[in-house]
Ligand binder design. Structure first.
Ligand SMILES: [Zn+2]
Length: 438
């Protein structure tokens, strides 16, 4: 695709940015609203980085997930208004992620609700992260407004209100099995263990009316199976099994952990099934490729969703991508080594770069080639060549210029929010390195 960008055709130029246009349109998913999902069940969408659900009971209310922080939680409480029947009898965390557990104190108020979760939530570890090399940040927390579109599953996370754990309350009641039946405030419900995006994810099932509050095991985007931000590949096989369970429930209504709700049984079945089939397809094709001796790089080229799944609205690559999932599934199951003995003990980056640059005929030739690639619209190739120069001299200003522009161009062509945010945060950070060396 990128190799065609050097042409002057306006039609092609439009195609180049169609990913960004889709990402901009995707922001509509995060519009602030209270959705009356069905009698007595309300979802607050777009008020925070994640959804909060209110379930009215006979003598009180249940809150599922608590938003990212007390500031957002207060806005949601205000928006729910008189729909909240006090006391709050229970708060249920679908999983540990801070954008779901950060506002509990506000919902609890003085009502002393029980706090429910799966027992794995108690020992869940925070993301490893990756030290934000060159400022890289998948959430785009520090990007200037003009560079920022959204964070893939939320309009923003940590840009308006900094990340905090002030509003978290530890669970008071946990369960360890596959499911737990409860009646809270006269409402019969089931907590179902559905690991996927989080190891400890649970879904909340109301049998009458048939409402599924899924947590992050189901979102309107290709799932983030192997995120950029520095954490282990998600448990893919378990994720498929979890979706099997949710499909079998036959919900009439679905409230996902982020973005809008589904209000019809047929749509719920179609979306949950496509989501399951998308994950299953990528998993089985990758495993098949591993068995046939393919490398991760080869599999990234080979594994593409069938057209019907590729076009499905619940599998668009706003948050996760098929390519990263293939790499994640490969390393999760077959380890880091790709099977080519050249890669058992490869040359150090600097040594390889020195040899390649000498082979080509010197740094100037490599730089010229990188700049030419840039002009031809081959931004990935430009960045790769800049990396050879920077491996030898990390302060090579002309190479930094190529890399900065390449990342901006690549970022602006992305429909994936986390890739865009990563490209642009690193481009901006390198710009600072570049100007401080002048
Ligand atoms: Zn989430």
């Amino acid at each position: 695709m990128i190799s065609t960008l050097g042409t002057t055709s306006s039609a092609l130029a439009e195609t180049a940015y169609s990913g960004r246009d889709k990402l901009i349109a995707h922001s509509d998913e995060f519009q602030k609203r209270i959705i009356e999902v069905t009698d007595g069940v309300y979802a607050a969408v777009g008020y925070s980085a994640s959804n909060v659900t209110l379930i009215q009971g006979k003598d009180g209310s249940i809150i599922v997930d608590t938003s990212a922080n007390p500031v957002d939680a207060k806005a949601i409480m205000a928006a729910f208004g008189e729909r909240v029947r006090h006391p709050i009898k229970a708060i249920i965390y679908t999983h540990n992620h801070p954008d779901h557990t950060g506002g509990a104190t506000v919902f609890a108020g003085k009502d002393k609700p029980e706090i429910y979760s799966h027992k794995l939530l108690v020992t869940a570890k925070p993301d490893t992260g990756r030290g934000r090399r060159d400022g890289g940040d998948a959430f785009g927390t520090m990007l200037p407004d003009e560079d920022f579109i959204n964070a893939g599953t939320q309009l923003e996370y940590g840009r308006t209100t900094p990340h905090t754990r002030d509003g978290f309350i530890p669970p008071t009641k946990t369960f360890g099995g596959a499911e737990k039946e409860l009646t809270i405030a006269g409402v019969p419900l089931k907590l179902i263990f559905t690991p996927g995006e989080a190891d400890e994810n649970i879904s909340v099932w109301l049998p009458d009316p048939k409402v599924l509050i899924a947590g992050d095991v189901f979102l309107k985007t290709f799932p983030n199976i192997a995120p950029l931000r520095g954490l282990p590949t998600r448990p893919v096989e378990k994720w498929v099994t979890s979706l099997d369970k949710l499909i079998a429930l036959g919900p009439d209504f679905v409230i996902p952990g982020h973005m809008g709700t589904i209000q019809h049984a047929a749509e719920a079945k179609d979306a949950l099934t496509a989501y399951r089939d998308g994950i299953k397809f990528v998993y089985s094709k990758t495993m098949e490729g591993i068995a046939n001796g393919k490398t991760p790089d080869e599999l990234v080229q080979d594994v593409k969703l069938p057209e019907k799944l590729a076009k499905h609205p619940y599998l668009q690559e706003f948050y996760g991508t098929v390519a990263w999932s293939v790499r994640g599934i490969y390393s999760q199951n077959a380890g880091w080594f790709d099977g080519n003995p050249t890669n058992i003990f490869p040359l150090a980056d600097k040594e390889r770069a020195e040899k390649l640059i000498a082979l080509v005929g010197g740094s100037d030739k490599v730089l010229k080639s990188a700049q030419d690639a840039q002009e031809a619209g081959e931004f990935q190739w430009a960045a790769e060549q800049a990396d050879y120069l920077l491996a030898v001299d990390g302060k090579n200003a002309a190479a930094l210029d190529v890399k900065i522009r390449a990342f901006r161009e690549l970022g602006e062509r992305q429909m994936n929010a986390t890739a865009r945010n990563y490209y642009l945060t690193v481009a901006n950070s390198l710009k600072t390195v570049r100007s401080s060396d002048r």
